[in-house]
Ligand binder design. Sequence first.
Ligand code: NAD
Ligand code: MG
Length: 401
Amino acid sequence: MSQKQLLVILGATGSIGLSTLDVVSRNKELFDVFVLAAGQNAKKMAELCIEHEPLYAIMANQQAAEQLSAYLANTQCQTLVMHGEQAMSDLCAHPDVDIVMSAIVGAAGLLPTLSAVEAGKKVLLANKESLVMSGQLFIDKVKQHKATLLPIDSEHNAIFQCLPSSLQNAKGDQKLQQHGVSKILLTGSGGPFLTRDINTLKDVTVSEAVAHPNWSMGQKISVDSATMMNKGLEFIEAKWLFNCDASDIDVVIHPQSIIHSMVQYHDGSILAQMGNPDMRTPIAHALAYPERINAGVKPLNFSDICDFSFTKPDFSRYPNLQLAIDACSAGQGATTTVNAANEIAVGAFLNGKIGFTDIYKINAQTLEAATYNNVQSLDEILECDKLARISASEFITKVAH
Ligand code: NAD
Ligand code: MG
């Protein structure tokens, strides 16, 4: 890398956004922050603007942007404050931008991320929901606009690192088997309820659900990890990122989160990527790829590892995982629907409206009731997403406390 790379960080105030800024701060000679974008947290954004001095800061709406401007009013900070999805999309496509970190949570990330793809940027994808909801369309756009797509999700980043370089550079149009790969082994910790009495899952509280044993993450993905819908979304994400079929992917429970995923080859070799569970590793990997930079992450100390275990997922404990795997085989209408329903259901759980096990019920009922036909174009995807949200919200009113 000869000159500094200019960066947009979508979801800057969140867990991935802050980890990205931490890595950038350690590598100031390589990266400059051009745009920071976030939802509502104007106070945090003001702190980030003062520290990182982006040219632009974009909040999701006018009110949050006004708050941010007020926070910055009596400071030296020169950052220009904007708001709205269109501004995010426009700046992702700005000619000076090299890299876009896509780390907004949920479907709200779709349009800005697609804008970065359409502008042919290097796109670092944390926002798995955007790929799950738009799959083929997203990947087609990556190819058409010659964007570079690098996975940030730790599992997919691990898989990417374990693939032969011929496949890493294949832009998703070759099959794994052509390069000697026989399986992708997608690992997951099983979340906080791996051993909890299954009959008590209905009583799980929000604070129990968001307390992940190994990873510190945003609220939605923490709940998704507890239901293992996260692994289901990752299953669909893997299918698109690595151009494979559902039958090429196995889910393996590995409670210690030391191995972040594996690739199995025809000759019996299995390559694993390991490390402490810290998202700065995949972020640093993708930021610098194909080079390596300091992420601030301590290497694993193998003499500290007491347990190193693997099991099969128990689908009666994690019915959402099965639902997402089935949706993956059923096609785009099903994956868009399950993603939208889950976002609504998890929001209702976090707001205390429904119980933990109701999340599955809402997702399953929404899928069951959905009558999508052809879901391919962006308009069809957005319509399918909207209808699933309406349907899930209706089911929630029926079970709400
Ligand atoms: P988070 O809740 O900590 O942060 C979400 C960010 O998105 C915040 O900056 C928030 O302000 C912003 N945001 C929300 N709605 C927005 C909107 N309408 N417009 C603009 N910005 C908006 O979430 P997170 O844990 O950082 O996760 C972000 C994404 O990365 C998710 O898609 C998640 O699945 C994925 N991911 C996270 C992790 C992790 O370890 N945290 C790991 C893998 C993948
Ligand atoms: Mg993950």
